[in-house]
Design a protein around this ligand. Structure first.
Ligand code: ATP
Length: 244
């Protein structure tokens, strides 16, 4: 395995506020890695820095680097990161087009793809087989989907962009247990087929059971890291994040 994504000593500011104080982490090809931490610890900021996605007020990299396949992403724009590097983010809050149908949302996500229509067709089938609910509701206006179904659609859109590395911002948020199970089972299946996954979660129990390795972030700093089973046995991590 090789380091596919590597963040080196990343310091990020919003205006005058430093949100990340030197975060370093890496993800190998084919791994599932999770970044866990409390509200406001800097999880979303880390993902947005990687995908170069401008939130209302963009986080600005002050120091450090973000490398993908050995090249720095700092000068890249979000669209190119998805289209050329196949690295996609499923942001918190889903950001789907509510007035469009499920199918239209999925189709829109393919606009920048450079591969063949056959590849795109294969991915439609894949999304619908992973999430049969989306197939059942493909003509339905997206805003009328349940929260869990919208989350599935958000993941489906990332898959339709042709990604090979998917970053997920709290996919369990607001999901009923059964839908949560479906979601994580689908992600596991994608990983078995070669998808690399970086998952951020407040639900540390869930995330560590799912991931190969994890990092714990606390107020902008990585305070623990290691294989998931090791983190689940760590007394400090247990006390602070796993309910004792
Ligand atoms: P949550 O789960 O609540 O989203 P998080 O771990 O993802 O938490 P971030 O959203 O990355 O945390 O926030 C990290 C820090 O940066 C927090 O102190 C937050 O208040 C601050 N922050 C986030 N977005 C902005 C912004 N647009 N402008 C200013 N400060 C921000």
């Amino acid at each position: 395995m090789s380091k596919l994504l590597e963040i080196r000593d990343l310091k990020v500011k919003y205006g005058n506020i430093e949100a990340l104080h030197g975060v370093s982490l890496y993800v190998d090809k084919g791994e599932i890695v999770t970044l866990i931490g409390a509200n406001g610890a800097g999880k979303s900021t880390t993902l947005m820095s990687i995908s170069r996605l401008p939130p209302p007020e963009a986080p600005k990299v002050i120091e450090g680097d973000i490398l993908y396949d050995g090249q720095s992403l700092l000068d890249w724009v979000p669209d190119k990161i998805v289209a050329d590097l196949h690295l996609a983010l499923v942001p918190e809050g889903r950001r789907i087009f509510g007035n469009l149908s499920v199918e239209e949302n999925l189709r829109l996500a393919t606009y920048a793809r450079k591969d063949t229509p056959t590849d795109v067709e294969r991915d439609y089938k894949r999304v619908y087989s992973l999430f049969p609910r989306l197939h059942e509701r493909r003509k339905q206006q997206s805003e009328s989907l349940s929260g869990g179904e919208q989350q599935m659609l958000a993941v489906g859109r990332a898959l339709m962009s042709g990604c090979t590395f998917i970053m997920l911002d709290e996919p369990s948020m607001g999901l009923a247990p059964l839908l949560m199970y479906d979601m994580f089972r689908a992600l596991k299946e994608l990983n078995r087929e070669g998808m690399t996954i970086l998952l951020i979660e407040q639900n540390a129990n869930l995330a560590l059971k799912f991931a190969d390795r994890g990092y714990v972030i606390d107020t902008g700093e990585i305070v623990a890291q290691g294989p998931s089973d090791q983190l689940m046995d760590d007394p400090e991590v247990k006390k602070a994040y796993l309910g004792g």
